[in-house]
Design a protein. Sequence first.
Length: 455
Amino acid sequence: MQEYRRPSSFSAWASLAVALVLVCALPAQEKSSGKTGQRAKETKMTDVFTRYWDPTPVTPATPPRPIQPVRKALSMQKAQPGPPVVLRRYVNDRRNSRAGGSLDVSPNAVMDVRWKAELRDGLYPSAVLAAGDRIVVHGPSLWMLLDTDGRTVASGPLGASELFLDPAHTMFFGANVAGLITGYNLSNGKRVFDVSLNYGGQYERPLLARHDRLLLAVGVKRDVDPHGPPPEESSIEVLNLGDPAAPRNWDQEGGPQPVNDLKAATRGLKAALTDEEVMLATRDRIFLANWNMDLLRAFTGDFSPVEIALDEAGNIYLTVARPGRQSLWLVTPQGELVYSFDLPPGVELSGLPVVVGYDHTAYLLAGRQILSIAPDGKLNWMRATEGQIAGAAATYDDLLLVSEGDSLTAWDAQGQRRVLYRFTGEQLAAAPALIGDGDLLLATQTRLYRLSRRR
């Protein structure tokens, strides 16, 4: 693996009408301005990314090209179920909220509370993660580590960061209050080592991920000035952690070494990952990079990204904002637009990534609305929930599990809603987590519950 080191120290369409709809959804940059093929507005790709130590623009390996309508219909078979783990908020590195397995509830099945555990005061949970016999609940400034019987193992402070579990190395990662990225032992919650980043404590960490020895950190500069405009700056850093069996601190010999970094003058940097590639979305651009953060391909459009998720083939489910409308785009890794679905008037995106079902149905969560979008981009159904949506997950048996208000609900393919459990007097705070034996973990503002099907 070649490393970058900084000095001294990122269906053909069924009819012509459908194709025309897609073309209209694409950016105005391809519209003629007096000469055929001449762009009305040139989009410069060379001013997007630079590096921490080098202001020279970073360009992709191949010239960028506009997003185009798909030329051949995708063959989208049902995906295989993933492992019964929840490694991060939105479940996995692809951020598609696919639960690892089926819930298998018959029409008359009843969910019972197996146990409930009090959460630490001030936790304000936003995610429930689980792998093996360990559970991690985190909020904006605290985390708790529990076992699968609900006993607290450890807890600690959290910096401006989400957490992710790394069960292959018996660890979990998150930023500490000093801005360092800390690796904790997943068994006992003790600190193992710290990683220092160029873009440090002034940055939030909406995405941290690990691939073998590489640690990737996406950063967005924090808005700390209540009287000034928010800072327009994002970053991606990749470091080599060294020997996984003997990790070291950033200040020790053999400790983490920088591989590459990118920075951009925008807060709207979104990222999702596969085992081989990193998909990035910024204003008007989609980039594909490798884990070394070499930019491989780039595609241009006219949009501001809201959120991003990927399916098993690396297809990109991108929610976007454009003047006067918000949309869900499905874009292939080759830069072809499969569909553009515009949200109905009065429906607003909630800022959550789309939930991608195993059958490639896309579920948009918008306030108290759920929209089910078929793989061809047509609306299956739109339903209102009884409470505010805190999160959702898709199961292999084609259910959408939703934390809404005080209820855990299951929505089938026809949009029929069923209440699985009601937490009377409490409000759910995070998406449901489906764990290995078919049980569910649910966090309210003050408690963590484990629900089991009544045998």
